[in-house]
Write a protein that binds this ligand. Sequence first.
Ligand SMILES: Cc1ncc(COP(=O)(O)O)c(C=O)c1O
Length: 448
Amino acid sequence: MIYDKCIEIVDRDSKVYSDFARIPYYPLAIKKGRGATIEDMDGNQFIDMLSSAASLNTGHSHPRITRAITDQLENFISYTAAYTYSEPLVALGEKLCSITPGEFEKRVVYGLSGSDANDGMIKMVRAYTGRSKIISFVGSYHGSTLGALSLSAISLNMRRKIGPLLPDISHIKYPNCYRCSYEKQSESCNLECMNDFKESLATYMPPEEIAAVVMEPIAGDAGLIVPPEKYVKELHRICKENGILFVSEEIQQGFGRTGKWFSIEHFDIEPDIIVMGKSMASGVPLSAIVARKEITEALGPPAHLFTMSGNALSCAASIETIEIIQDEDLIEKSKELGEYVKERFTEMMQKYELIGDVRGKGLSIGVDLVKDRTTKIGNKEAAAKICYRCWEKGVIVIFLASGVLRIQPPLVITREELDQALKIIEESIVEYINGDIPDSVLDIAKGW
Ligand SMILES: Cc1ncc(COP(=O)(O)O)c(C=O)c1O
């Protein structure tokens, strides 16, 4: 593969762009994207198994998105919603209220990134409950603004030198059945992992001081971990019992990614607040918080606004995104293709000891690579080398956490494209096992 032009971009980039804003896996500089495929600056073609970090569920430059954006551009791009009203903003709000779970009156507020939406959510839950404490999870990533980062617990470098972060945020362990600290199987599990939290509520963390629990119903950057249904239900019950708000953080898992509109629907729970972003406008910056009406009423104007939030261009793209997901049955497709992909990786797991676990819902799948199946210690080196080799062979895939392949292709991907990508991933796994991927790759493929 020739990638001279990409390398030239990487060199120029190094002279102008801050190092701290990126975690590279390979020198990919994109020229063009269509559906589930990408072309780089040198004309190399790739199948995209990452969807720009789960932010392109409708694929690259869907013709309907391009048209919706172009139509809106011809009218107006943005006029701040802080001072004016607009039809796209309202129409999107109506749609969001109807596709989110919960048969109660809701209100919506917009932002431009998942991070800022989480900050807005923190303001809301504190204002509504009059409580300051918030619970989130170890391993979670909720964003880079100071509030969202305070919720996150994924990387020391993200938190170094910048403190103090927001006070009163505690992180509890995410329920992880594959690496169960209590060595339980699903039949013998009595939610022992919930005991620490219950004990903290009984001994040092007065529940009446907790405003909210913020949970990704499928933990994305922590390694695509699916919690047991009974854990999420029990957590929700504890929240209800104690007047604690339950926030479903759907920035990565929303908009059909997991085979439902929102991943919390797998657990049959109506959250008080849903935070969303990424795929909601097919790559155009937009985030939203959808909350019970009364929660939003705790804040007075102008408690949370940005000049560009709810801009007409983003809203038009988001309305079209929702309609594409409906018209093309992308939720059902995500479910079906997701099952197929999981099956294929499970077959690989039977052949290669390297794969310790395959999990996920819909097209949000984690393939956990381990040093050995007994200790289950993650194999980051294998993951880095395999992802790099996949890139060399024409597949874009990255890894998370301790060495989990992140399988999140656009939901519009075809079965043929998936088969091709899976073939290349398997070949790369075999090449890694055979020692055919050099260590030098690790200088480039650093990952999280
Ligand atoms: C679950 C989750 N929440 C929040 C964010 C932050 O979103 P953004 O990068 O749009 O600010 C991300 C981004 O990766 C995410 O995966």
